[in-house]
Write a protein that binds this ligand. Structure first.
Ligand code: ATP
Ligand code: MG
Length: 398
């Protein structure tokens, strides 16, 4: 017997009062887009659950995709029956008969209070039926059953479930607005992006490229990372590629080597903020982690951050590199991130960057050249690409 439904539970959403309708509808929209490869699925949104009718689709394949949808607390493969306990009892006999394990528990939830009988009585009645018709040794275990059968009696139907699969948690992407992720080809920034999406914040990405010092492979790496991240959204992410070469060379021409990194990152923040505002993003997101490199000491962060006004979210700020790598492996970005290609930050790496830079010194170096028009040029010449379901099916992207 094949499960023909999936019952989806929302978790944290239940606490959101008036906004819950917005939440559940966003979740439904995102779920449909993430499951776009299964056109036969039918969705039925109720107050506290989403029911997906499989309609012949492979439930294992759907389960795998469903695990990436933020806002889903858990889900179960389910069988839907008309409200006749005889049919339900026979079906449960069938399910337990097909299983080889020996301890079980029936857990009835009667959300339709007009349905006759108490939950406990129904549990006993079903278990009795199972003992009578399954011809192998079986035992009820109410604390740690190997087979847990949940029977949900609702107004429209009875659902029978024998598994609970953990969902991705968090909030539906988009419910918390949109932010601009500074995406390098490294390990940290894709993880920062994933954690932001998990909180329901949608993303666009900005990548700073320095052609010809950075090449097509570095570019491809970034798109490949976005291709992984987009599976946690509604299927597509916009990437803004900034041609940073001119501005970066100007920074190295006019700054002392020890300040080049600080000033260069101040420029990145300036361009990032302008692009964020232009694209209705409420914050910047990056993969900075306290103390990881010279530009990520608190002193550096302060001097770099002071040039912009919008908030900068740093989801991996307090994580160790190994903790970040764990998440990168989980979301399948690690192997892409470690492909060896130059980033614009690494090609001109100064030998001894200041770990305690001073604001007045950074400003003094910046006064040596007209960086503002170069920043504007970066914003005006930006190249915007959408990574979606057609990625790598459409060869024109590179
Ligand atoms: P990652 O931090 O992603 O592993 P990284 O360690 O090479 O890459 P850092 O030098 O630590 O990058 O830079 C800190 C953060 O600045 C990055 O996490 C990223 O958010 C941002 N950043 C660095 N380089 C770029 C770039 N070329 N384009 C966009 N953002 C960048
Ligand atoms: Mg880093």
């Amino acid at each position: 017997m094949e499960a023909n439904y999936i019952v989806v539970r929302f978790g944290e959403l239940t606490t959101k009062g008036k906004n819950r309708k917005l939440f559940t509808q966003k979740l439904l929209k995102n779920t449909k887009e993430i499951l776009y490869e299964f056109p036969k699925l039918q969705y039925h949104l109720q107050y506290d659950r989403l029911y997906i009718y499989l309609n012949g689709s492979d439930h294992e394949a759907v389960n795998e995709k469903l695990k990436t949808v933020f806002g889903i607390h858990s889900f179960s493969n389910a069988y839907k029956f008309e409200k006749d306990l005889h049919i339900v009892k026979d079906a449960i006999v069938h399910i337990i008969d097909e299983d080889t394990r020996t301890t079980f528990k029936i857990n009835t939830k009667r959300s339709d209070k007009t349905f006759p009988g108490h939950s406990q009585d129904i549990n006993r009645e079903i278990a009795g039926h199972v003992f009578h018709h399954v011809h192998r040794p079986l035992k009820v275990d109410v604390h740690h059953p190997e087979i847990l059968i949940t029977v949900e009696i609702r107004h429209d139907a009875i659902y029978v479930m024998n598994n609970v699969i953990k969902g991705a948690g968090g909030y539906p992407v988009g419910i918390g607005g949109k932010a601009m992720l500074m995406l390098s080809g490294g390990i940290d920034s894709p993880v920062a992006g994933y954690l932001t999406l998990k909180r329901g914040v949608d993303l666009e990405c900005v990548h700073f490229a320095a052609p010809p010092y950075t090449n097509e492979f570095a570019r491809e790496k970034v798109f490949d990372l976005v291709d992984k991240l987009r599976h946690y959204t509604h299927g597509s992410i916009k990437v803004h590629v900034v041609n940073f070469t001119k501005l970066q060379l100007a920074v190295y021409d006019h700054c002392d080597e020890s300040y080049a990194m600080t000033v260069m990152r101040r420029m990145m923040y300036r361009v990032g903020e302008k692009l964020a505002l232009k694209n209705h993003c409420l914050a910047l997101v990056n993969g900075e982690s306290i103390g990881q490199v010279a530009s990520q000491t608190l002193d550096s962060m302060q001097v770099i951050n002071e040039v912009i006004r919008i908030p900068v979210l740093r989801p991996v700020l307090c994580l160790d590199k190994l903790e970040i790598i764990d998440i990168a492996n989980k979301i399948d970005t690690y192997d892409i991130s470690i492909r060896p290609h130059e980033d614009c930050c690494t090609i001109f790496t100064p030998k001894a960057p200041a770990t305690k830079p001073k604001s007045y010194k950074a400003k003094a170096f910046e006064s040596h050249f007209d960086y503002e028009s170069l920043v504007d040029e970066c914003v005006e010449t930006v190249e915007t690409i959408i990574v979606d379901n057609s990625y790598k099916k459409d060869e024109n992207i590179f």
